[in-house]
Structures are given as structure tokens and as C-alpha cells.
Design a protein around this ligand. Structure first.
Ligand code: ADP
Length: 552
């Protein structure tokens, strides 16, 4: 680990700058002081629109910090949340971390068993939950030895009336009795601030423990114009939930930039998002492709976009050509493709076009836009072969994608061992190409890549190309065994209407977009593609479902 904290070179001098720690509470203090009347608007879980300002949110955060201390929460304790994007969840982010404790955001889409596993693994002391999750809490979050209290994120008028929750206090009751001033401690910036478990598609979920320093540096990265470009001109709506990698950093970068926040609460469907964006003059938003497909349907029905929406960030899964074209050409909304992971806080690359591509014909621009993006300063990136030897950055050669940087995990919570390669890189499990302009293109998850005759076929690219077919609503590609080629692609689709296109029809369409030898061996139709807790296709389920599938 010595490579992370190198000492001074012989003869070198220490700089004479203040050694102020990078902590998260000052982000909110800054917004409360200099953007005091900037709004944080929420469509509350109880129903009505709730409006507050950074100044008021900060006052309530101090009440909450006092309440946490009164409940006996100590530095290092884990405080869990099972909650949507709301102003109360923001208060938890800052108050918990601000007293030196750790805000553990639980993904409510996990199974009851996984939820119990991570609460016990994290040894959560408190659990704050939204009313939507009252049943899940009553069923799955009882009898955990570490849990002292369960708190409903609401007021007394909405206290959950559930027989299994008679011991629950409400959030407003809890913080109402406390002072709205708090003397924040200062501590080492490497202190843990929040905890998020990976989705656990293989084995148990693993805990990623973010430090204050990592979150603050990551916020600077989020505000760059070549990434999310957040500023005081923005009203930002993070659709990506606060339980999914810190809502991609927006709850921290919003206060840092002075942007107004519009929190969507629990309803993330097209019509609800459209209405909220329209009413609240939202300028930019972040979410996974399925969310943008939902909003697209609503925009097409209404024949317009939400009036102020200028740009959307698409990440978590690959953005398709169809999606980018529809947003940009039909509605004039800029699409920025992005990639990251839980272990990376999550930002790794964001796609903005360099000037030389902006002058090119649309088809050439699109080739570049479909790449996940350009590496963000602060993240180092390389591709390597199986032996760990770095590969060419030629935009052609695929390799194992590895990263390192100050907001990238080096180990998992309680794992006790390093998660890094012997030379200090984190292997993402993705296969990618890098080009000379710094753009990275994910071709697959290492475990999903289709190995055909010694070459690799990108299931991601095939899926995206298939989504351009007018009769295909959703697509997933997996490898099926082949006597000659080892593996060949099987295209699994949800049809858009009642008619199901034949393999020949689909392949004739795909042949204009991908190399001939990539064309699917077979096509199968299903009612729905299984999605995991963070909206990704669950290929392991599909592989089990289609394990006896025979082509032709
Ligand atoms: P998140 O979903 O926020 O990106 P996860 O840790 O849940 O974080 O998942 C990370 C994985 O998701 C990546 O390793 C990659 O396989 C996939 N992924 C994320 N963004 C993209 C993207 N834009 N295109 C393709 N795959 C992506």
C-alpha cells in the first residue's frame, strides 16, 4: 500500500498550504451560506410537493445530528436508510457522516434475504425508512441483533399503522425536539462517510465504504463542464436513487455547485417524471436507460419535452443509438453517456464530444457517442490482457478494464484483504477498448462476453443494435454453446407489438450495424427481460432459463 501515500523525495520541501480536511458537511454549509434561498423540491412519499431551501435543510440537518447523538450514535456506527430521493434523505446523508458515523444506503429492490444479510453484515444501529417500505421493514428488519431503533421518514400524521411497527418513531417527532445548531467535529478526511453494497449478482453483496475525501473530490469531478457541468443555472433532478451509488454524487455536487435540486421521491415512471420536470423547470437529469425509455414514451405522447430540460446523463447500462437519436433529434435534449460503478463512487467516464467530432457527419458522431465516454480527471484507466500486460489504446483491441484513483475502492467492508491487482489497480470486470482520444467503450462484462471462434462478440453492442429494430422493445444477448465456434449469440427479445420478427428479418437489419459474423444464431421471444436491483439485465437468470436452448 506504500504506493498510495508516498513520502517526500530526498531534498524536497513540504508545501506551506493549510491542511484542511475534505469533509462532506462543509458542502452543505457552503450551500446554506451562499445559496441559502436555492430550493430543494421533493415530490414527497406522502404525496404533496415539499419545498425547502439549502439554509433550512442545513438547520434540520443540525437537528438530526443532535438527535443521532442523543440516540447514542458514535463515530464509526452504521446508520441505515431504506429511502427514495427526498430532502429528509439528504439530511441523513450529511448529519450521519457529519458526526463521524456512516450512512448505509440500502437498495429496497434487494430480496428480503439479501436485505437481512447486509443489515447484519453492516451491523446497522438505526434504520430510517420511507413509508413505501413499511411492509419490507416489518418483515425483514426485525430481530437484527445490532438494530436499536427503526424510524419512519414521515410526520406523526402519517405514522405507519402496521402491527409489526408499533415501536417505530417518526422522523419529525425525532428531530423536532432538538436544537437547530450543532457543533460539527473536525476529523481526518479519510474517515468513512457512507456505505453502499454492490448488487451481488454473484454471491453475497459486498460493501463499498466511501471516505469523506473521496466524496468531496468526486463532487469536484461531477461539477466539471465535461461531466455533469452542474452550476447555479441548473435545477437538477437525480432519477438515479440515493441508494444507488450516492445518486451518482448529485446530493453532494448539488450543494457544491449551488444548483437547485428536484427530488422525485418514489414515482419514477414517464408521466410522473415529465410532470415534475415540467412544473419545476428541471434543466438536467441523471438515470439509467430504462428510465429514459419511459420518459421518451411520454414525450412522444405529448409531442414535446419538459419545457426546460436541456440534457440527460445516461449510465448504469449502455445507451442505445435509438435512445440518443430520439432525445437529441426529436426533442433537442443532449444525451451524455456515462459509465461507472459502485466501487468508483461511481464516476469513471462521461461522453462529451471533442470539437473534432462535433464537425463530423452524424453517423461518425454517433460512433463516438455510443462509447461510454472520456475518462474523468482523477481516474486512471488501462486495458490489459489475461496476463496483466497493458494493451494498445487503438479503439480496436478489447481488454480487461482496470482503474485507479482517489475515489476508487481498494478493499471491501470487513473483507480484510485488498481488492486490487498486485500492482495496485482495480479490475472492473468489464471488457473495453480505449481510443487515442481518451474515449472508453465497454464491449461487455467479462462474464457475458461471447467467445466465438477465438474472437469476442460484444453482447452489449448487439443488444443496442437490436433495439433499433422497430418491432423490438427490449433485447438481451447471451452466448449459447456451438460445436464449431464454441459459442454463438442468442438474441432474446420482448416484441414491441403482437408481431414477432423472424431471425432472418432481424439479421438483415443487424447486418447494416454489426459485423456479419456477430449475427445471432437464433432468436427467442419472452414476455419480460429479468432486471436486477439496479436495473441491469440479469444474464445469469437468462443463461439458466435458456440452458437447454437449441438453435434452429
Ligand atoms: P452503476 O449501475 O451505477 O454503474 P454498479 O456498480 O451497479 O454501478 O454497476 C457497474 C457496472 O454496470 C459496470 O461495471 C458496467 O458493467 C455496467 N455499466 C455501468 N454503466 C454502463 C454503461 N454506460 N454502459 C455499459 N455498462 C455500464
Amino acid at each position: 500500500m506504500s504506493r498510495e501515500t508516498p513520502g517526500l523525495l530526498p531534498g524536497a520541501l513540504h508545501g506551506l498550504m493549510m491542511d484542511r480536511p475534505l469533509l462532506v458537511v462543509p458542502l452543505l454549509q457552503y450551500a446554506a451560506q451562499f445559496h441559502s434561498d436555492t430550493e430543494v423540491v421533493t415530490r414527497s412519499v406522502e404525496g404533496p410537493i415539499h419545498r425547502t431551501t439549502y439554509a433550512e435543510l442545513y438547520r434540520r440537518t443540525q437537528r438530526l445530528a443532535n438527535a443521532l447523538i442523543a440516540l447514542g450514535i458514535k463515530p464509526g456506527d452504521r446508520v441505515a436508510t431504506l429511502a427514495w430521493n427526498t430532502w429528509r434523505h439528504m439530511e441523513l446523508y450529511f448529519a450521519v457522516a457529519g458526526i463521524g458515523a456512516i450512512c448505509h444506503t440500502i437498495n429496497p429492490r434487494l430480496s428480503g434475504e439479501q436485505m437481512r444479510y447486509i443489515i447484519d453484515h453492516a451491523e446497522d444501529r438505526l434504520l430510517f425508512f420511507d413509508l413505501t417500505f413499511a411492509d419490507a421493514v416489518a418483515e425483514n428488519c426485525k430481530g437484527s441483533p445490532s438494530l436499536l431503533h427503526r424510524i419512519a421518514l414521515t410526520d406523526n400524521a402519517h405514522r405507519p399503522n402496521h402491527p409489526g411497527l408499533s415501536d417505530v418513531v417518526t422522523y419529525e417527532e425525532l428531530i423536532g425536539q432538538h436544537s437547530d445548531t450543532f457543533d460539527w467535529p473536525e476529523f481526518d478526511e479519510n474517515t468513512a462517510a457512507s456505505l453502499c453494497y454492490t448488487s451481488g449478482t454473484t454471491g453475497n453483496p459486498k460493501g463499498v465504504l466511501y471516505s469523506h475525501r473521496a466524496l468531496v473530490l468526486h463532487s469536484f469531478a461531477c461539477c466539471l463542464t465535461s461531466t455533469m457541468g452542474l452550476s447555479t443555472d441548473d435545477r437538477v433532478l437525480p432519477v438515479v436513487p440515493m441508494f444507488h451509488v450516492n445518486a451518482w454524487g448529485v446530493p453532494y455536487a448539488g450543494p457544491m455547485s449551488g444548483a437547485a435540486l428536484v427530488m422525485p421521491g418514489r414515482d419514477l415512471d414517464g408521466p410522473n417524471l415529465f410532470r415534475l420536470m415540467d412544473d419545476e423547470a428541471v434543466t438536467c437529469s441523471q438515470g439509467v436507460p430504462t428510465v429514459w425509455m419511459g420518459l421518451l414514451t411520454t414525450m412522444r405522447e405529448k409531442g414535446r419535452k419538459p419545457k426546460s430540460l436541456q440534457r440527460v446523463l445516461v449510465g448504469g447500462a449502455a445507451a442505445s443509438e435509438m435512445l440518443i437519436d430520439a432525445y437529441e433529434l426529436e426533442f433537442g435534449i443532449q444525451v451524455n453517456h456515462a459509465w461507472g460503478m459502485t466501487e468508483m463512487s461511481p464516476l469513471g467516464v462521461v461522453n462529451t464530444l471533442k470539437p473534432k467530432f462535433q464537425k463530423k457527419p452524424r453517423a461518425e458522431q454517433m460512433r463516438q457517442k455510443l462509447k461510454q465516454g472520456r475518462v474523468v480527471y482523477g481516474v486512471e484507466m488501462r486495458i490489459v490482457d489475461e496476463a496483466g500486460t497493458p494493451l494498445a489504446r487503438d479503439g480496436q483491441t478489447p481488454g480487461n478494464l482496470q482503474v485507479r484513483g482517489p475515489w476508487i475502492a481498494k478493499s471491501y467492508f470487513k473483507a480484510g484483504t485488498s481488492a486490487l491487482t498486485p500492482d495496485g489497480w482495480f479490475d472492473t470486470g468489464d471488457i473495453a477498448t480505449l481510443d487515442a482520444d481518451g474515449y472508453m467503450h465497454i464491449t461487455d462484462r467479462a462474464k457475458d462476453v461471447i467467445k466465438s471462434g477465438g474472437e469476442w462478440i460484444s453482447s452489449v453492442d448487439l443488444e443496442n443494435a437490436a433495439l433499433g429494430h422497430p418491432q423490438i422493445a427490449h433485447a438481451a444477448v447471451i452466448g449459447i454453446p456451438h460445436p464449431k465456434w464454441q459459442e454463438r449469440p442468442l438474441l432474446i427479445c420482448v416484441a414491441r407489438g403482437t408481431a414477432k420478427p423472424s431471425l432472418e428479418e432481424v439479421n438483415a437489419f443487424l447486418a447494416t450495424k454489426v459485423p456479419k459474423w456477430w449475427l445471432p444464431e437464433a432468436i427467442a421471444f419472452v414476455d419480460a427481460i429479468p432486471l436486477g436491483a439496479t436495473g441491469k439485465i440479469q444474464k445469469s437468470k437468462l443463461r439458466t432459463q435458456f440452458k437447454d436452448f437449441k438453435a434452429g
